[in-house]
Design a protein around this ligand. Structure first.
Ligand code: FCB
Length: 472
């Protein structure tokens, strides 16, 4: 048996369905650089990163991977590692430097060229419209997502981009990670990291709103999504598809019996009440409204219908279990189990390692809401990548992580769950929110002094998995 047929037989039975997308993901601020070139306006992340002390080592995305100028090389690299889909984000302030008003043709031109290059390389473009880089002008004028003005401006921008790119881009994600930018930006959030410890995260615009204000921002974010879906349908083509990319909170059952599985589903539905649940059900859960009491968001029935505008797919970013739960006889039907202090983590402190989340997340989404299609829009891990003496980067931990997570995803597809693609975060090492260039997430290593790119061991793994459409 030669090496190729051995690999093929090792993966037999671990195949994904035909047409499964093997993707990679990035976002504009994290890779593009060229922060003020070709008429781009300032974003809230430009302002934040330019403020000393906000980001580790005072790193900024001013240059980042210089993808804005090196996109041809980057598309070629993606092709060389077997990628068949690329999820990138469009920087709103490149298109509308002031948030609204006159579009900037040079900004549109950049994404248009990128899309053409991707298609020529046989890579399907998937565009995210909001990966947090709000035009600073909208923050200054309206207080960002606190105002319906921003919500409406977002829908206008989404429709405009769908009109410009919709002849070639068939999949649009409205907003990336509602939970992250709303909670970290408008209140400050604590992520549980095991042993009762938490990590505090605060992002621009660094507000600390009281509960009523925060709930209203949450509501505006999902309303922005719903209006954007409608705008994409109005300005795209008949076959343009739209959905969201949310980092749903996942409650993982520790024991796979029906009672535990049900308890975990109930928990997941509640944990996502303000985002995923309302977008897919068109209603806030009773428990969410009761808990919020007089701080509940103000909304109309018509807004709820808009929020739940039918989507073509649900995109979920899946990195870690948020909680483990067990059933309970008392309402709400589950209780949360503490995460052990010795629970394994990947290199980031927040990154509790449990590949099973990659099975339970799509299974719960499917069983709770039956979307037509599901994409894993992000999954990946940071690692202490170093160039070894022979010039290679042996990221054995990332290979372990990939193999373990994709094994669980293949388990999901083999049970018939409609997962149609996986996007690894990230294509390349990049600028990470808050931690700068310290946290390396890429399949491709980047030397941030020379900007040289070197595919890692995990890129080789990914190429083989994509080639065989299977866990290898
Ligand atoms: C997600 C973000 C993405 C990246 C990864 C590590 O929360 O969507 O931009 O930073 O985490």
């Amino acid at each position: 048996m030669n090496a190729n047929s051995a690999a093929a037989s090792a993966s037999a039975g671990r195949r994904f369905p035909g047409g499964f997308y093997w993707g990679v993901a990035t976002s504009a601020y994290q890779v593009e650089g060229a922060w003020d070139e070709d008429g781009k306006g300032e974003s809230i992340w430009d302002r934040f990163a330019h403020t000393p002390g906000k980001i580790k080592n005072n790193d900024t995305g001013d240059v980042a991977n210089d993808h804005y100028h090196r996109h041809e090389e980057d598309v070629a690299l993606m092709k060389s590692i077997g990628v068949t889909a690329y999820r990138f984000s469009v920087a709103w302030p490149r298109i509308f430097p002031d948030g609204t008003g006159r579009p900037n043709p040079k900004g549109v031109g950049f994404y248009s060229r990128l899309v053409d290059e991707l298609l020529a390389a046989g890579i399907e473009p998937f565009a995210t419209l909001y990966h947090w880089d709000l035009p600073q002008a909208l923050q200054d004028r309206y207080g960002g997502w606190q105002s319906m003005e921003t919500v409406r401006a977002f829908a206008d921008y989404a429709g405009y981009v769908a009109g410009q790119l919709g002849d070639r881009v068939k999949h649009f994600f409205t907003i990336n990670e509602f939970r992250s930018f709303v909670e970290a930006g408008y209140r400050g959030t604590d992520a549980k990291v095991g042993g009762g410890k938490t990590v505090h995260l605060a992002a621009p615009p660094e507000l600390q709103l009281p509960p009523a204000g925060l709930n209203q921002v949450r509501h505006h974010a999902v309303l922005g999504h719903g209006l954007a879906v409608q705008a994409i349908r109005a300005h795209g083509r008949a076959d343009t598809e739209a959905g969201f990319a949310e980092n749903m909170a996942v409650a993982v059952p520790v024991i796979g019996t029906p009672e535990h599985v049900k308890a975990a589903e109930t928990a997941t539905r509640e944990l996502n009440a303000a985002f995923l649940t309302v977008m897919l059900e068109g209603r806030y859960t009773d428990a969410y409204l009761a808990d919020a009491g007089s701080d509940a968001p103000r909304f109309t029935d018509e807004e709820l219908t808009t929020i739940a505008s039918p989507v073509d797919f649900a995109g979920i970013n899946v990195y870690r279990p948020n909680v483990y739960v067990a059933p309970s006889d008392r309402p709400p039907g589950y209780h949360v189990i503490p995460i052990s202090a010795s629970h394994p983590t990947m290199a980031s402190a927040w990154h509790i390692f449990d590949p099973e989340v990659m099975y339970w997340a799509p299974r719960q989404v499917s069983s709770l809401w039956q979307p037509k299609s599901i994409f894993i829009t992000e999954n990946g891990c940071a690692a202490a990548d170093q160039i070894s003496e022979d010039g290679n980067i042996y990221d054995s931990d990332r290979v372990m992580f990939l193999r373990a997570c994709l094994t669980q995803l293949q388990r999901a597809t083999s049970e018939g769950l409609p997962v149609h693609g996986y996007f690894h975060w990230s294509a390349q090492d990049n600028f990470e929110w808050l931690s700068g260039f310290g946290d390396r997430f890429g399949l491709i290593y980047v030397d941030f002094t020379t900007l040289e790119r070197i595919p890692k061991l995990s890129a080789q793994w990914y190429r083989e998995a994509a080639r065989l459409n299977a866990v290898v």
